[in-house]
Design a binder for this molecule. Structure first.
Ligand code: SAM
Ligand code: CA
Length: 221
């Protein structure tokens, strides 16, 4: 026993899944299909999807943003946790991957909840700001190109209502954030944002060691 976060061995990981995961069949099938893609490690893990869905329900979230859809696994967990009138703005630049996502959104019967914006996410977020939708969203999930993380964070914070939540993925970046001299742009960007968040008086935060590190940011009223 220890008062630091436990090391998740393969045995413990299997135990977590076998005792707590309730993954709907449509999500399991999407995960199986995504596994055949060479980039499948980009998809969030099932226990992270379930964790995010629980947060959305706790908050009673209705309006959400997702930056980085890929084949749709995280967006499907999110959309299934929204009420029937809930809506998500989903941003990605890749048509081929999001065509897979669309197929599963339809199969799950939640396609009406998702407004896919194909194109650079910064443009989509700037459009929402220009349309006067600041403060209109309950939740945002940031999971696209890491070099833009700070720009996504600032825009999402403006689009969020006070008391809303941003979940930022990959904030532990396979442990690379701890390297003394990382050298690559993605690691530097994640590190810079992690450090900025700690000092940011506009928010409360928690870096949850789930998946590849998920930082939860609560917008102070
Ligand atoms: N959230 C997804 C999931 O759990 O299945 C994984 C997202 S994957 C890590 C990152 C995605 O960001 C890719 O699908 C990629 O096409 C998209 N992306 C990269 N640069 C982008 C940009 N500038 N604007 C919008 N999407 C971008
Ligand atoms: Ca990710």
């Amino acid at each position: 026993m220890s008062n630091r976060t436990i090391m998740v061995t393969d045995d413990i990981y299997r135990y977590i899944l076998s005792t707590s995961l309730r993954e709907p069949d449509v999500l399991r099938r999407l995960r199986e299909e995504t596994k055949r893609d060479p980039d499948h490690r980009m998809q969030i893990s099932p226990e992270q999807g379930q964790f995010m869905a629980l947060l959305l329900r706790l908050m009673g979230a209705g309006q959400t943003i997702e930056i980085g859809v890929y084949t749709g696994y995280s967006s499907l967990w999110t959309a299934l946790a929204l009420p029937s009138n809930g809506r998500m703005i989903a941003c990605d630049i890749n048509k081929q991957w999001t065509d897979v996502a669309r197929r599963y959104w339809k199969e799950a019967g939640i396609q009406e909840k998702i407004d896919l914006r194909l194109g650079p996410a910064l443009d989509a977020l700037d459009e929402l700001l220009a349309e006067g939708r600041s403060g209109a969203f309950d939740f945002a999930f940031i999971d696209a190109d890491k070099e833009n993380y700070d720009a996504y964070y600032e825009r999402c914070l403006a689009l969020l209502r006070p008391g809303g939540l941003i979940a930022i993925d990959n904030t532990l970046w396979d442990g690379r954030v701890t390297a003394p001299d990382p050298g690559d742009e993605a690691t530097l960007a994640i590190n810079a944002l992690n450090r900025k968040l700690l000092q940011d008086k506009r928010i409360d935060l928690s870096l949850a060691p789930i998946g590849d590190g998920l930082t939860l940011v609560w917008k102070r009223p």
